[in-house]
Design a protein around this ligand. Structure first.
Ligand SMILES: CC(C)(COP(=O)(O)OP(=O)(O)OC[C@H]1O[C@@H](n2cnc3c(N)ncnc32)[C@H](O)[C@@H]1OP(=O)(O)O)[C@@H](O)C(=O)NCCC(=O)NCCS
Length: 203
């Protein structure tokens, strides 16, 4: 069921995530909810120093991966502020876990969500992140009815900034030394795309 969130600002999905048509499939990938047996791969992904480098956190210890997988298993509807949906991304041909894509509700009232992505370095440079993020943006706009999706990255994270630009997102801000991360003041790029821009993007 889709519920209105305010005059002229679109709509946000208001049901259980189980009602979403998951998994999502793309040319090469399957995006599904996490399951208990993803623990080793989720941990391997986020324990990698290159994956954690520009994140707000250090590489995950095993115990933290267990806690974070537990939260993923609890995820229901990305309907209210701060609700999240983290989909495991598998290469369909051999069922290999290659990474995950994230969406969370920034403001239901404003119809705004944030997208994020983490792929294991073994699988960078194949276009998997772009393919999976495209599917997640499609879910955000076409199924969930968000009107604006944002993405944020460390200003030194060229791979993430490049991905958001390839997705058609617009760099709207360069925040200089706005956040202290792992003991250092870091700068941030803020990206965004509107539903109408997504609909009109060149394919
Ligand atoms: C950010 C991140 C997801 C980007 O991953 P990526 O693999 O570089 O991104 P893409 O899926 O768009 O792949 C792009 C590359 O694949 C290449 N490619 C190869 N085959 C391709 C195909 N069939 N289709 C599209 N691109 C393809 C592109 O040419 C491009 O190469 P280039 O970077 O040399 O120009 C990845 O660097 C990552 O997980 N980083 C660690 C976590 C992180 O920092 N996340 C972001 C936090 S804000």
């Amino acid at each position: 069921m889709l519920a209105g969130i305010g005059r002229g600002v679109g709509r946000v999905y208001d049901g259980a995530v189980a009602e979403l048509s998951l998994p999502l499939t793309t040319e090469r990938l399957t995006l599904r909810r996490h399951v208990e047996t993803d623990l080793d791969e989720l941990h391997r992904l986020h324990a990698h120093p290159d994956v954690a480098r520009y994140m707000l956190w250090e590489p995950w210890p095993r115990g933290y991966a267990i806690e974070r997988l537990g939260r993923r298993l609890q995820q229901s509807a990305p309907a209210n502020d701060d609700d999240a949906l983290d989909l495991a991304v598998l290469r369909t041909a051999d069922d290999t876990y290659v990474g995950e894509v994230h969406l969370h509700v920034v403001s239901r009232q404003r119809g705004c969500a944030e997208v994020g992505f983490a792929f294991h370095p073994e699988h960078h440079g194949n276009g998997y992140a772009r393919e999976a993020a495209t599917a997640m943006l499609g879910l955000a706009f076409d199924t969930l009815g968000f009107r604006r999706v944002i993405g944020r990255c460390d200003a030194d994270n060229a791979a993430s900034a490049g991905l958001m630009e390839r997705l058609g997102m617009r760099r709207e801000a360069h925040l200089i030394e706005n956040e202290q991360v792992k003991g250092a003041w870091r700068s941030e790029y803020d990206y965004a795309i509107l539903a109408r821009e997504w609909a009109e993007r060149p394919v």
